[in-house]
Design a binder for this molecule. Structure first.
Ligand code: PHB
Length: 393
């Protein structure tokens, strides 16, 4: 009888241990905020494709834990909505990680709540340098305007431009792009003849084209957020014959994202931009990445910088979960990825331990038509570029 009860107690203990370990195998939720509807929806969809491609390649488990991504739609610039979505994800969905943010103001609205929520934010697009300084729990796998605009200014000078007019959207990344370009271009001996800042809502660029023509510039540097504004600007630039009037254009790749290339058409062939990712990047890792995008039902012809930032963002989050054994410890999670390096579909990358921003190659690209399809062909490499906005040159 006694022996039996000892056995029963032992069995109960084993059962308890089994159920404890079953409880330990948690679902770890990651909240992703981005534009899934509206005029910028292709970029939120790209976040989703990148994440799904990563889980297709690496599974949905880290150790015993299952990683689940939950999405919230934020179509435009709306900091108040961004804050409330992040709060809802943290409080109601109990996410351990946040990711996303296409627009800078939406990212800056989230960073103040990270520390009290004990949640890291992995920025998948927003490109103003100061985002990662606004919270020690912000890490970025996309790019910054400084990172891509410094090479743009060098390429402009090397390409023979001497007098440039800058045109930017009047908000964080526009101001960063303007400052980065002007600082570098003048240091290289060039001249900025005029600097225009446009309201973010600008969609009619024809009046701007007249100002560009009147400025006496031989080149224009432009930054607008990728999507309908950039396509509108490019169509206006090409339609107003600025190219044939001898006013060159040099810009970051935000104005030449892959989904817009067919709408720009043959007239855009030869246009040069600087950027950290082209779907035409010539590497096995990139070809495998695009195959995975296709495998999860994504459209490879519409893949952009946002899908690669999300793919790498998922990689960083998996590493954070692994390093913390699935426990919620945002500071330890972030510490674990500082200095981490890997081969991304865009080329070799690492997380700068000081700035928590991604160091990467920036490529000079030229729009070409290859086998009947438009692409941004990488023709020159600026190796291992940091965020020049946060690291002294
Ligand atoms: C931003 O708001 O930070 C932003 C948005 C779109 C871009 C680049 C930067 O293409």
């Amino acid at each position: 009888m006694k022996a039996l009860s000892i056995l029963a107690t032992a069995a109960a203990a084993v059962g308890l241990a089994a159920s404890v370990s079953a409880v330990r195998a948690d679902t770890i939720k990651v909240g992703v905020i981005g534009p899934l509807s509206g005029p910028f929806s292709i970029f939120g969809t790209n976040f989703q494709w990148g994440i799904e491609a990563y889980q297709h390649d690496h599974g949905d488990k880290v150790g015993d834990d299952t990683v689940e991504f939950v999405y919230r739609d934020l179509p435009g610039v709306d900091p108040a909505k961004s804050y409330s979505l992040a709060q809802e994800l943290v409080v109601k969905e109990r996410v351990q990680y946040l990711a996303g943010a296409y627009f800078t103001p939406n990212a800056l609205a989230i960073t103040p709540l990270l520390e009290s929520a004990n949640v890291p934010l992995v920025v998948l697009n927003a490109a103003t340098s100061s985002i990662t300084t606004s919270s020690p729990l912000a890490v970025r796998t996309s790019f910054t305007m400084w990172q891509n605009s410094v090479p743009a200014a060098k390429a402009a000078k090397e390409g023979g431009l001497t007098k440039v007019i800058t045109v930017v959207s009047d908000y964080g990344p526009g101001v960063d792009a303007e400052t980065a370009f002007a600082t570098t271009f003048t240091a290289e001996g060039g001249e900025i003849v005029e600097s225009l800042r446009l309201p973010l809502s600008t969609r009619d660029f024809n009046p701007v084209m007249q100002r560009i023509k009147d400025s006496g510039a031989d080149g224009v540097f432009v930054f607008l957020p990728g999507g309908p504004p950039t396509l509108g600007f490019m169509k206006s630039y090409l339609g107003n014959d600025l190219k044939s009037a001898g006013i060159g254009i040099i810009s970051t790749g935000d104005v030449m994202t892959e989904p817009d290339l067919p709408a720009i058409g043959d007239i855009g062939i030869g246009l040069r931009t600087t950027y950290h990712y082209s779907t035409a990047h010539d590497s096995d890792v990139n070809r495998a990445f695009l195959k995975s995008i296709a495998a999860i039902g994504g459209n490879v012809d519409q893949a952009t910088m946002a899908s690669v930032a999300a793919y790498d963002g998922a990689h960083v989050i998996y590493k954070m979960i692994e390093a913390t054994g699935g426990k919620q410890d945002a500071a330890a999670a972030v510490k674990a990825v500082e200095g981490m390096s890997w081969e991304s579909p865009r080329g070799p990358v690492s997380i700068d331990p000081e700035t928590r921003h991604i160091t990467q190659n920036v490529y000079l690209r030229e729009m070409q038509k290859v086998d009947g399809k438009y692409q941004n062909t990488e023709i020159e490499t600026y190796q291992a570029q940091p965020d020049w906005g946060l690291v002294k040159q």
